[in-house]
Design a protein around this ligand. Sequence first.
Ligand code: B1N
Length: 844
Amino acid sequence: MQLTRVDQQKQEAETEILRKIAYQVGVDAETVTAQQAYQGVAWTVRERLIDAFNKTQAYWREKDPKFIYYLSAEFLMGRTLTNAVNNLGLEGEFGEAIRKLGYSLEELQSQEQNASLGNGGLGRLAACFLDSIATLSLPGWGYGIRYRYGMFRQGLENGFQSESPDTWLTNGNPWEIPRRDLAYKIGFYGSVQDGKWQPAEQVYAVAYDNPIPGYGTKTVGNLRLFDCQPMSEFKLASFNEGKYSEATEDKRKAEDISAVLYPNDATEYGRELRLKQQIFFVSAAMQDTLARFKKTHKDMKELPSKACFQMNDTHPTIGVAELMRLLIDQEGLQWEAAWDITTKTLAFTNHTVMPEALEKWPVAVIGKLLPRHMEIIEKIDSIWIESLRKKVTAQVGSQSPKNALEKVAGAVKGALEEKTADPVEAALAKYSIITENPWEKGVKLVNMAFMATIGSKSTNGVAAIHSEIIKETIFKDFYELSPEKFQNKTNGVTPRRWLAYCNPGLSKLITETLGSNEWIAKTDQLAGLRKFSDDKAFQKKWRSIKLENKQRLADLIKSRVGISVPTNALYDVQIKRIHEYKRQHLNMFSVVNRYLNIKAASPEERKKMVPRVVVIGGKAASAYVMAKKMIKLVTAVGEVVNKDPDVGDLLKVVFLPDYNVSLAEVIVPGAEVSQHISTAGTEASGTSNMKFQMNGCLIIGTMDGANIEIAQESGKENMFVFGVDAKDIGRLREERKNFKVEDPRWNKIMQFLTSSTFEAGLFQDLVDNVNDMSKANDWFLLGNDFSDYLRAQDEIDALYKDQDAWTKRSILYTAGSGFFSSDRCIDQYAKEIWDVKPCEVPSS
Ligand code: B1N
């Protein structure tokens, strides 16, 4: 009997997997554990991936297109198996072979460690971007660090966060290709003589390639991560002298550099090791790029037509000085030529306006670790300031301060208003890369964001409102000088991982309804669901899929924290880093209010209440005391509520520990309402809001970040919007000292949290921060937004009682989510910043 092509492929896949299990894993197929089966399958998929990867990279070498290099200290990839199998279109071939081993793809997937080389949104965005770059067949690579330990694992001890190392590489990593022969020297310390740097220490950056499969294309891109290794493994002479620890000292010191991800989100951490990490991967990436470029090009002036480096926040911005150094010291270019190339090759994205996150390195720290870079930065600054001097002098000198005010740029205006002795110098100082530390007299700092803007062809924000805010605040003076450099690129997320693969039930229904699965690559087609939003039969199917996903989430909750939650309750989630600006404590205030309401209600009244399951997940930076207290607030309130017999199934409060990408892949499809409740003007974009929207989860949120655009696309009337406006924040903060929350529910909550229900004093500081204006000022304005937030919460309950109306909205969310695909976002970057065009291997 003749086998069909498909059967043949299935058989081949099975044979390959069995060979891998036998010879790579070294076990008998009859007795494989889930982990061994995972390894066998993963190493087989790896070969398919590498085949396509090699073809893509060879084709790109031949065609020599312009490349985008995405420089990021973080890539939060999560797990790879399902994504690779699906993007490569291997489900058919591999599914049966996996079942024959006695497992499902999902079971094997759960054996994989998450690659958590990122903190939160910024790192996950980088991962979504790689998926879209490959999907659009854009020639592009990511560059970063192969941290041996990623984001710490979070546990709970007595309801407080505990931290343990993320040992993600213990079972090996089938998804990477070590390139031990590809290593770049990175120097530190030492001195500069006549513009020549003699580093006192050197290490190697060793490349590891991680192939990135595109969807619906043969293109497989690359994430190249660097591991740090010493120049010499072992000092035999020291060993022979009996100095054992000295013998391996260099190795230890080098390995420290790529050892661990800094676990801070939206906060800077001004330690020398972090700067070492930054120069380490940026220098390696730039040396790597230049080496490839030079194989086919002689003239460095062609670099901007062949390469663009996108700097993901300030973390890679030492790259401005590094590219200058490489062009001048290594390639022998003159300053002007090097500057021209640099400013045409670099681009910069800002991701936050939180002042504590804007990296400013002390001149002394850069000067010691990277003396040549510091020289270059000083020269960039002085040339820059000189170029402005004439302009500023003309503006300040030509007219009396009074009538100058309307016409001149912000820096000059500011200097004139401040009535400084020398307004010219004062105005120039506002543009300077090197500034005085306002809290430490005499200490000079390098403002990395300023250097990045000056050294780049473009600066962009990550949502419409955020891109406006940066033009009015942190980059005001720079915007007024070169408005054409400033852009918006509203974030997006990959519809593959965040809808098609994490929500197979909904995905199938969408495909059946729209008549094809084209929407996975062309998410605009999701708008076609709009016309079914009132269709009762369709609504019913939509709801039953949600119920299955809720069951999955309930099972996860049960297995992780042992709490049984009912599936007929409204699933309300808030998953994101724990931060005061994200206001998980405001969420908890509303939970306490709900609890007190239940307690005060009669049995009859209780019957009318909508049961709720409140799920909160997220990690707190290890040094962020208040964020850690906020986690304790969730667990402590949860303990009281969950065991109270008066409450029963009307309210459950769950803190899910160790939130990461794969947890999100279960939580997002199972959620019915999701909270995005940052103080207006503080969340640059948010990206989980987009994932919830895609999965038909309703949003309660402030008019902040991408919420605003989500409301535009899915209908503001369909979102539970509350809170003050970003434009009023400054004034409200000033008025805060005399502000009192008039709502009696607020006081009851504050009393409850400081009552004997909890350990004495446990939440006093948290309460004082938002409630005692003699001690604090409620910087994130919980008091101002409180009553409106509870009103929006009531609306949620009311709508949930009308399941058809609720489901209609849910459908409209998904239908309106097309814009938030990272494919749309990357297409805009490619056309409006990078000038990079698709280059796909032709079908042979
Ligand atoms: O970047 C995301 C946005 O969607 C979020 O709104 C924003 O908060 C996030 C220093 C950061 N901004 N800044 C950081 C991360 C690590 C670190 O060490 C800052 N993360 C964001 C994607 O645009």
